[in-house]
Structures are given as structure tokens and as C-alpha cells.
Design a protein around this ligand. Structure first.
Ligand SMILES: Cc1cc2nc3c(=O)[nH]c(=O)nc-3n(C[C@H](O)[C@H](O)[C@H](O)COP(=O)(O)OP(=O)(O)OC[C@H]3O[C@@H](n4cnc5c(N)ncnc54)[C@H](O)[C@@H]3O)c2cc1C
Length: 399
């Protein structure tokens, strides 16, 4: 006999989006009972605990998109939240460095977009770049002064504690196995019993499409896992850069390119790249989960993405297999880095929604039913944007 539980709202997923949503629901409607169901033994075990820890400013995103508006709001809210709750963060600023003429052209276009998005950015020439960051070379850069760094797992621990303090539950070690939405309630089966609620929000990251399918929603997207492989610099390189150093991204791709990121614990990470993953949640190099591969191998959208990105895919795969290629990406803007500087570090895996027609979904994507909202695409900068995403979901669920 399994236990049955009843709450007002169930949130699936104890990553930063799920936890921020639960907390925002409690703030919107004090007294509403909320349970966050998380399959892992702790919170923030997937994307949220395997990212670059950057508080993005919102420079890259299509003006008017959810990403552009929620990232800008989220960056400030994240810093305010961290200040209020004693979570360490630093506003380091960031330089997006152009290393050749093509990137220089893209840099100018990106600068224009940043101005349209209302961001505090400025162009820096090669000489100023060199003065600011003596180990970095480029034709010029965009300086974004508001970008910062934080540990998002730490943010999640605080959010989970706030949810519990406000009378909610964060139930870890509880895998959702089925979802049924009826006219009067939502019923969620888990390996540890049945949960019933008035409303549901699903923030399941790498499993978002599967949770939506369980709920019987016919969504036009599939989650494709893209590994982001990192290295760490050795402690004697800890002063290599003061700011975050990013390449100028290719606007056709949703990933930002291998960057140098100071971390809040005093290190510097290099990465991440973006290679097709063969498992959604196994972080070991070479890990394969047959179900995960079959899921996308049978999906027409995947083949269309593959065809459209053959060259980039091969390039990324080669750099994943051969450290020298990966190093060459970083040497474009930091020539003195050596192979021996790249120390192993655990990878992250991005949940990237892809449509049946092969389009990569760039913006955050939500799907609504009468009693539920499913977050189907919450890639970077969703950690930065989690508090306003949570607010949006709370307002959508409890108008
Ligand atoms: C390599 C990498 C670098 C990134 N860098 C940045 C950055 O610097 N700044 C930034 O803003 N963003 C960054 N991002 C993006 C950011 O990490 C994600 O957008 C964000 O963490 C998404 O949060 P989430 O809560 O939606 O997903 P997740 O953190 O993946 O959480 C989803 C949760 O749902 C749970 N779940 C799934 N299925 C079930 C089930 N059946 N039952 C119960 N629980 C379930 C999972 O266990 C998981 O804990 C990066 C991402 C990656 C991968």
C-alpha cells in the first residue's frame, strides 16, 4: 500500500527553475501548500549544478524575447536575492573578444543588439583590452560591466530552505513516473506514492519532453542532450583573468563558445564546448544510454539539425576527443594557455529543445493545459532568469 498525498500545487523538478517557481508561488499566495518532487537525493543535481555559474546580463538575446526580458530582470533579482540571503557573488564584468574580421563584424552587430536591449555595454579597442586583461589578445571587445558569478547550487539550497520555512515540502529521492490531468485535479504517480494537487508545474529540464508526454501533451519538441565539457585551470593560473572572457558567438548557434570563467570559489573554468550527448544525465565521457539515443535517433528533427550543422558538429566532436583542438579555441584569445593548463573537470549536459522541423528552440518555451504549465525549454540563461521565470509561472498558474 503506497501513501497518498494532497497539496495545492505540485512542482516537478528540484533544479533552480522548479525551486524558484515554488518559492514565487508561496509569495504570491501565502498559505497555498506546495510540494517540489525531485528524483535525485538532493537539489540542483543536473543542469543547475553543472553550469558556468555566470549571472548573464542579457546581451545575446533577440529583443522582445522571453530570454531578453527575463534575463535582464533575473540578473538584478539574483544579485538582490544573494545579498538578502548571504550568498556570495561577484560582479566581475565580462569581455566578449573579437579575434578576427568576421568576429569583429559580429561584435558590432551584437553591440547594437545590446543597446536595443537597454544594456550597459561599451566597445573596447585592442589596446584597452590589453591594458584591462594583459593575457588576452583581440581586435576589440564588448565590455559588459554587470555580468557576475555565483554558485547556483548554493542559490538552490537557499530556495529549498525558504520553501520549507514557508510550509512547503521539497521531497527528494522521488521519481515521477506518470501524470494524469483530470477535470478537477492533477494526479502524479511517483515511485514513492501518489500525489494529488489542484495545479502542476513541470520544470524537469533534461526530462521535460518525457514528463509532458506522460501528461498526454502532444508537444512539437524533443529534448536533445548537448554535453558541455569543461577544464579547470591550475591554481597558479588563478589570476590569469579578472573578468569573464567570451568569444563572439555565432548567431546561428544557441551556444556561447568556450570561455574563461572565474568561479566564486576562486578558480577559473575553461569551457564549455557543445557536443551531442549520448546520455541525458550521465556525465562520464563516452557514457551511452540506449533509450536516450534511440529517442532522438527516431526523431526527424534531430536528423534535420544534424544535416544543417554537420561541420560544426564534427569540429566540436574533434575538439572533444583531442584536447589540442579545444586548446586552440582558447588560444585564439589567450595565446599563452598550454595543454598542461587544462585540468579535467566534470561536464554539464544542456537540455536543448528541438522542433520536428529541425529548428533549435532559442527562447524559453512553456506549454499550458487547463491545470498545468510545462517548461519545455529552459536553457542558458535560465539559471540567471529563474526568479522572474518562477514569477511568470506563478502568475500563469494562479492568476
Ligand atoms: C554546461 C552548462 C553551462 C551553463 N551555464 C549557465 C550560466 O553560466 N548561467 C546561466 O544562467 N545558465 C547557464 N546554464 C543553463 C542553466 O544551468 C539551466 O538553464 C538551468 O539550470 C535550468 O534549470 P532547470 O531547473 O530547468 O533544470 P535542471 O537543473 O536540470 O533541473 C531539472 C530537475 O528535474 C528533475 N527531474 C527530471 N525528471 C524528473 C522526474 N521524473 N521526477 C522527479 N524529478 C525529475 C531532475 O532530476 C532535475 O533536478 C548552463 C547549462 C549548462 C548545461
Amino acid at each position: 500500500m503506497t501513501a497518498a498525498h494532497r497539496v495545492d500545487v505540485i512542482v516537478i523538478g528540484g533544479g533552480i527553475v522548479g525551486l524558484a517557481t515554488a518559492w514565487k508561488i508561496q509569495q504570491r499566495r501565502p498559505g497555498v501548500s506546495v510540494a517540489v518532487l525531485e528524483k535525485e537525493p538532493g537539489v540542483a543535481q543536473h543542469q543547475t549544478g553543472h553550469n558556468s555559474g555566470v549571472i548573464h546580463s542579457g546581451i545575446y538575446y533577440e529583443p522582445g524575447s522571453l530570454k531578453a526580458t527575463l534575463c535582464k530582470r533575473g540578473a538584478q533579482e539574483t544579485k538582490d536575492f544573494a545579498t538578502a540571503h548571504g550568498i556570495p557573488f561577484r560582479t566581475t564584468g565580462k569581455l566578449l573578444v573579437a579575434t578576427d574580421e568576421t568576429e569583429h563584424g559580429r561584435m558590432l552587430a551584437l553591440h547594437e543588439r545590446a543597446l536595443v536591449n537597454g544594456l550597459d555595454v561599451r566597445l573596447v579597442d585592442a589596446a584597452e583590452l590589453r591594458r584591462a586583461e594583459p593575457h588576452i589578445r583581440g581586435l576589440g571587445a564588448i565590455e559588459v560591466s554587470t555580468t557576475g558569478i555565483i554558485d547556483y547550487a548554493r542559490v538552490c539550497e537557499t530556495l529549498a530552505a525558504l520553501v520549507v520555512a514557508a510550509g512547503g515540502e521539497v521531497v527528494t529521492g522521488t521519481t515521477v513516473t506518470d501524470v494524469h490531468e483530470a477535470a478537477t485535479e492533477v494526479v502524479v504517480d511517483t515511485e514513492a506514492g501518489i500525489w494529488r494537487a489542484e495545479r502542476l508545474v513541470a520544470c524537469a529540464g533534461l526530462q521535460a519532453d518525457r514528463i509532458a508526454a506522460m501528461a498526454g501533451i502532444d508537444v512539437d519538441v524533443r529534448i536533445i542532450p548537448f554535453r558541455g565539457e569543461y577544464y579547470s585551470l591550475p591554481p597558479y593560473r588563478a589570476d590569469l583573468v579578472a573578468r569573464l572572457i567570451y568569444p563572439i558567438p555565432d548567431p546561428a548557434l544557441p551556444f556561447l563558445g568556450v570561455h574563461l570563467s572565474p568561479t566564486i570559489d576562486g578558480g577559473i573554468t575553461v569551457g564549455p564546448n557543445a557536443v551531442l550527448g549520448f546520455s541525458r544525465e550521465d556525465y562520464r565521457k563516452g557514457a551511452v544510454k540506449v533509450r536516450d539515443v534511440l529517442d532522438y535517433a527516431r526523431y526527424p528533427g534531430m536528423w534535420r539539425v544534424a544535416r544543417a550543422n554537420v561541420r560544426t558538429g564534427i569540429h566540436e566532436m574533434k575538439n572533444s576527443l583531442f584536447k589540442r583542438g579545444y586548446l586552440a579555441e582558447c588560444q585564439k584569445y589567450c595565446p599563452e594557455l598550454q595543454l598542461s593548463d587544462l585540468l579535467p573537470r566534470e561536464a554539464g549536459i544542456r537540455a536543448q529543445a528541438v522542433r520536428r522541423d529541425g529548428t533549435l528552440v532559442h527562447d524559453f518555451l512553456l506549454e499550458r493545459t487547463p491545470r498545468s504549465i510545462h517548461v519545455l525549454n529552459a536553457p542558458s540563461p535560465a539559471a540567471t532568469s529563474a526568479l522572474p521565470i518562477g514569477q511568470t509561472l506563478a502568475e500563469g498558474l494562479l492568476p
